[in-house]
Write a protein that binds this ligand. Structure first.
Ligand code: FAD
Length: 299
């Protein structure tokens, strides 16, 4: 860990909330559904499509999981009545109770995905740390037997990812990303180049298996490798999409849209922006460096 990374972690508890809010405002649409609606409309006007996430994770209380489900239902109602082409939902399984009880979480997700499916709205189960991987994939497979309008996420830093791809159901819809959590060496590849290498290997295997892949990265090397692979395999726009986080590499996003790729922006909103931002910074202090550089660039 670099000196800068260590500095970020040790000073985090004393960083004023106002400064964290300034950082968060780049990555979070706001506290309310209306804030998310405004940001989503701007992105769609720019030619992007979106996925919406209500901030919150690691819920250890059934009542809190139920109220998160209720919030997702409100979001779903908004999306049903909004005149938006191709805006879907992302949800963290631990927010709906995976860390409490897998059956409880599956029931909550089955309710959400069932209602969304009826309205023609896709739901993606985000991938969290290693304690959630197997449970999330089991729930995904269960839901996939009931609807095509559900997907999940695989992380290229996980040593198990190539095996997980082999176990995916036919016609899976998978977001591929590097992975954001700090994992031990027996679980995750640790070097930057190895994670990149495994990203390309995983992408190739996903396409070989006929999966629809949402390629989620801001790493120009990987975007270039993905575009080259798509070109080599002669894939069309309905076999893949690119994904980026709100507020990250806005210029690259616009370039990719202008080049004709389908590009989806991940739009988080909600009251838990402070916990979300500080946890992300603690888990991945490099984000502080990215933010600093982006602010200096005036991006
Ligand atoms: C749409 C989407 C969904 C995701 N879903 C998940 C998930 O479900 N589970 C999970 O574990 N991870 C998820 N991630 C996070 C992902 O795993 C990576 O941690 C994150 O995307 C950074 O990796 P990168 O591929 O962009 O490469 P990096 O090497 O980290 O970044 C490449 C470049 O992008 C820029 N950059 C990257 N991040 C930032 C930032 N925060 N602020 C400013 N600039 C930045 C920098 O210029 C950097 O040099 C998701 C990412 C995206 C884009």
């Amino acid at each position: 860990m670099s000196l800068f990374d260590r500095l970020v972690i040790t000073t985090l508890p004393v960083v004023p909330k106002l400064i964290v809010r300034r950082v968060a405002s780049r990555y979070v649409a706001g506290e309310e559904l209306d804030d998310a609606g405004r940001v989503i409309r701007e992105l769609h006007a720019e030619g992007a499509v979106t996925t919406v996430d209500i901030l919150g994770e690691e819920v250890h209380d059934r009542e809190l999981a139920r109220s998160a489900l209720a919030e997702y239902r409100r979001l779903l109602e908004e999306l049903k009545s909004a005149d938006l082409e191709d805006c879907y939902i992302s949800v963290k399984p631990t927010q709906l109770g995976l860390a409490i009880d897998e059956d409880f979480c599956r029931e909550n997700l089955e309710a959400l995905v069932g209602e969304a499916s009826e309205a023609g709205i896709f739901v993606r189960l985000d991938m969290e740390d290693r304690t959630a991987t197997s449970g999330t994939l089991r729930i995904y497979r269960h839901l996939r037997e009931r609807t095509e309008l559900v997907g999940t996420v695989l992380q290229s830093y996980m040593r198990r990812t190539l095996d997980d791809i082999a176990e995916l159901p036919e016609g899976a819809n998978v977001r591929l990303c590097k992975g954001i959590y700090i994992e031990p060496r027996d679980t995750a590849w640790k070097s930057y180049e190895t994670v990149r290498h495994n990203f390309v290997a995983a992408l190739e295997k996903l396409f070989e298996r006929g999966a629809y892949v949402a390629i989620a990265t801001h790493d120009e090397y990987l975007i270039c490798a993905a575009v080259a692979l798509i070109d080599r395999l002669g894939l069309s726009r309905d076999q893949y999409e690119l994904q980026m986080l709100l507020g990250v590499e806005n210029q690259v996003r616009r370039i990719l849209i202008a080049e004709g790729h389908k590009l989806r922006v991940y739009v988080p909103y909600g009251k838990h922006w402070y916990e979300y931002s500080t946890r992300r910074l603690r888990e991945n202090p490099k984000i502080a460096g990215h933010v600093l550089r982006a602010l200096l660039r005036g991006d």
